[in-house]
Design a protein around this ligand. Structure first.
Ligand SMILES: *Cc1c(COP(=O)(O)O)cnc(C)c1O
Length: 428
């Protein structure tokens, strides 16, 4: 147990002792009009730009300029196999084997592709389990897949709902739903970590209970990848999808990632949407053969990918490889714990952290519910230099990410919030 202390000196001392503090200077931190760094706590929404990104993209622009189509083979980083340059590092971030991981498409697209293969309702096994406060896009994707199979989501979509008066789901309740419904469940698809509450679910436990009942288990790791130490392979999940523009700092709308467990790699008869980029690389340009899937996650690729987006991902993953997800996670536990400590030391009857207090059940994000608050409160703290995220009703989501946020950032955020809450009489 760390013992935190109040006061700015403590924050500055923690920053001095932080072995990862050197990474902050590898990112562009947005500035206020005064020239001071913004307190950027939005890495869960859009990660900041690494200073190395521009050079990485410039390289590909240069090679395109100089080589034209020959860049596919003669670029410094040949475009033909470009996605392969990302695979090992990405696999380390999410805890998969390289053959299980591919960078392609965007999250919702990948979720659809995975459900085409892994949501195969049959007989009485047609249901899907999802969280009630799942990210809207995930819910739309799941509902539309059900509709495609002429299954009524109103009847067959099971939503995991917190107990009355609670905001997060209990592991035992999730398990009970699986045990009760399992025989009729085709797919369990859960957002891990939850985008709203910040709750991180025990993937291993959910997966093993799901498998006990014969369900396929997939996760949306939009808020997990680069944030928590995912161990997708060891947890045995069937598939996972994520985006790379949140914790993984690869730029707005950048390509996403996809994991398919190796147990599915060579399954014959697996239905999938096919495209030429998923075809055996040796014969891909034969252009005449029947589809011959690359074994593993690469077999789900459709198109030749956007190199400029991949160049940004490459730059970001180099930083992750240097920092290492296990070190980042260690700092995240401390940094988030520090924020929680400072928030709890306010007179806090009117503010409630809805994210679980157990570090094993959360990543870097804290979701703070402020009673009787309106968006003006949020706009006030924004004008004082905090970039965070507001969700109705009354929830401020903040994420102190260990790559570039400092203890001082956390200190400044709580001071600014405290100032606003005090002037509104919300805290004493
Ligand atoms: C950010 C996020 C998305 C976004 O999906 P895109 O396809 O990348 O636009 C989807 N689901 C969750 C849970 C997210 O957090």
């Amino acid at each position: 147990m760390t013992t935190y202390k109040e006061g700015k000196d403590y924050a500055l001392e923690m920053d001095r002792q932080d072995p990862l503090s050197r990474f902050r200077s590898q990112f562009y931190i947005p500035k206020m009009e005064t020239g001071e760094d913004v307190v950027y706590l939005c890495g869960n929404s859009l990660g900041l730009q690494p200073k190395s990104t521009s050079e990485s993209i410039q390289q590909e622009l240069l090679d395109w300029k100089n080589y034209g189509v020959e860049g596919h083979f003669h670029a410094k980083n040949p475009w033909m196999p470009y996605h392969e340059f990302l695979t090992d590092a990405m696999a380390r971030v999410v805890g998969g084997k390289p053959s299980e991981v591919v960078v392609m498409n965007t999250l919702t697209v990948n979720l659809h592709l995975m459900m085409v293969s892994f949501y195969r309702p049959k007989g009485k096994r047609v249901k899907v389990i999802i969280e009630s406060d799942a990210f809207p896009s995930d819910k739309y994707a799941v509902q539309s897949q059900m509709e495609m199979h002429e299954i009524d989501p109103k009847k067959a979509l099971i939503e995991l709902t917190p107990r009355k008066g609670e905001r997060c789901l209990r592991a035992e309740d999730i398990e009970e739903v699986i045990r009760k419904e399992g025989e009729e469940v085709a797919l369990i698809m859960i957002g891990n970590t939850n985008y709203y509450t910040g709750q991180y679910f025990d993937m291993q436990r959910i997966t093993s209970v799901g498998h006990e009942y014969g369900c396929i288990v997939g996760f949306d790791c939009a808020h997990g990848a680069g944030n928590v130490d995912l161990q997708l392979h060891d947890c045995g999940v069937d598939f996972a999808v994520w985006c790379n523009y949140k914790y993984l700092n690869s730029g707005p709308g950048s390509l996403g990632g996809c994991f398919v467990h190796e147990r599915h790699a060579k399954k014959n008869g697996l239905i999938r949407f096919k495209g030429w980029w998923g075809h055996n690389k040796e014969t891909r340009f034969g252009m005449r053969d029947d589809f011959d899937a690359i074994p593993g996650a690469e077999g789900w690729q459709l198109s030749n990918p956007p190199i400029l987006s991949m160049a940004a991902i490459k730059a970001s993953l180099e930083i992750y490889d240097d920092a290492k997800i296990s070190n980042l996670r260690k700092k995240a536990v401390s940094l988030t714990g520090y924020m929680e400590y400072l928030l709890n030391s306010l007179d806090n009857r009117n503010i409630e952290i809805i994210t679980p207090s157990d570090p094993d059940q959360r990543g870097s994000q804290l979701s703070i519910f402020v009673k009787n608050a309106d968006k003006k409160l949020f706009q006030q703290i924004t004008s004082k230099g905090v970039m965070a995220d507001w969700r109705e009703p009354g929830v401020i989501r903040v994420s102190a990410v260990p790559l570039y946020n400092s203890y001082e950032d956390v200190y400044r955020f709580v001071e600014i919030l405290k100032g606003e809450l005090t002037s509104r009489g919300i805290v004493k």
